[in-house]
Design a protein around this ligand. Sequence first.
Ligand SMILES: [Zn+2]
Length: 276
Amino acid sequence: MFASPVVDLNQIATVPVLMGNTKRAVGNKKPKLECGLSMVIRTSDDAPMLPQDALNMLKAGNERYLSGDVEAKHVCAGVRGALKNQGQRPAATILGCADSRVALDFVFDTNPGDLFVVRNAGNVCGAPSGGLIGSIEYSVGHLQTQLVVVLGHTNCGAVAAATGTRIAQSTEGLSDCLKALVERLEQPVDEAIKQSPGATQCDIVELGIKLNVWHTIEELLRNSSVLKAALLAGTLEIHGGVYCLENGHVDWMGQHPEQQHLLDGSSNVVCGVCVN
Ligand SMILES: [Zn+2]
């Protein structure tokens, strides 16, 4: 078993790069800490990561995950100490589904300190009082992440459940809290049903998963003046994506096609689920 090296926090800045893992370096940025094997971590000493760099980091991590060429995950005391003492500066914020099969630090081959993550079943936005929007505002406003990703996934049980209840026109058997969750998915699911005459329920669910990603982005913009201001200032991008449970690939959807209209109110379009 590998013995954890002791990293003197006072010497972190001068810890030599012993194994030269620069796969995760963005641009000319060098890994700032290497602990034992090749773990690279971000702390508040790092500059905020630009949206495109953060997106490229996630894409590269997903490629490593797909190829099996992932970085060593050896979280030693030095890594934990640096994260505690130097604070966090995550590269990106992700709003994802709580599904246990979508393990984000695996999917993106990321390390502690890389991702600020909020999750719930169905990756829905929820009410302002629920804490989710405030969490994302904290990440964007205080931790200075410049990329938010709303990440759905194939075979999402929450979207499938909402589709079933809409087709059956019944929520019988669901608790009040589960009904409230399903209600959050009604709009994109109804749109998927409308757009898919004659389709199988499976196909409706898969379309609903994509429309729900757009819908969640719309809800974030409707409810958060902080996120809207950051988008308008050019210090934030919000991208959608769908993770495939079967092959591990993230299908990137880009930014909301009606984002400009959602921001400037120049259109009556308030529901991007109408947009494919
Ligand atoms: Zn799900």
